[in-house]
Design a protein around this ligand. Sequence first.
Ligand SMILES: Nc1ncnc2c1ncn2[C@@H]1O[C@H](COP(=O)(O)OP(=O)(O)O)[C@@H](O)[C@H]1O
Ligand SMILES: [Mg+2]
Length: 163
Amino acid sequence: MVSLSKLAANTLTADVITGSCAETQNLGEKIGRKITNRIIIALSGELGSGKTSFVQGLANGLEVPARFYVTSPTYSIIHEYPGRISLFHIDLYRLTDKDDIYDTGLYEILDSFGVFAIEWPDLLKNEFPAQYLSVHIEITGDDTRKFQITAFGNETASLITDL
Ligand SMILES: Nc1ncnc2c1ncn2[C@@H]1O[C@H](COP(=O)(O)OP(=O)(O)O)[C@@H](O)[C@H]1O
Ligand SMILES: [Mg+2]
């Protein structure tokens, strides 16, 4: 189930319901397949909502080889995977202070060419560029999740137009 709405100039939102982890991975894969340029994808939603599952699908869509199994970067903060475009899976859960971000080398990484999937992005949210994707996930049942995916900036809208 997908519905699209335009909330403000240059933003497009897709609401999607998934009924299993596999459906969430498929959603991530569909978006991943369409990505041809560097982009930040900010992932929010409580623990266990499916952020990492979504990134597993994203990796498939970016043609990350299957031997790389995408796991939560909570303790290492940044995982990098090779693909059509490099995938950087970032988890800021354990960082509480903006100064901590400097120590991780994240700012240098964000200047490189890649897809940056960021879990718990709040510390960075005031620094996102005009073009980025926000993925918010709500737990609506044991196996159901409600996705609100917002494309900020016209260049990102095509990523969510036929999900
Ligand atoms: N529709 C769904 N989408 C994603 N995960 C789901 C879904 N239904 C159940 N799950 C389960 O929820 C958990 C999601 O975990 P994970 O992707 O690591 O979440 P997060 O990274 O947000 O903490 C997994 O155990 C997964 O099997
Ligand atoms: Mg996670």
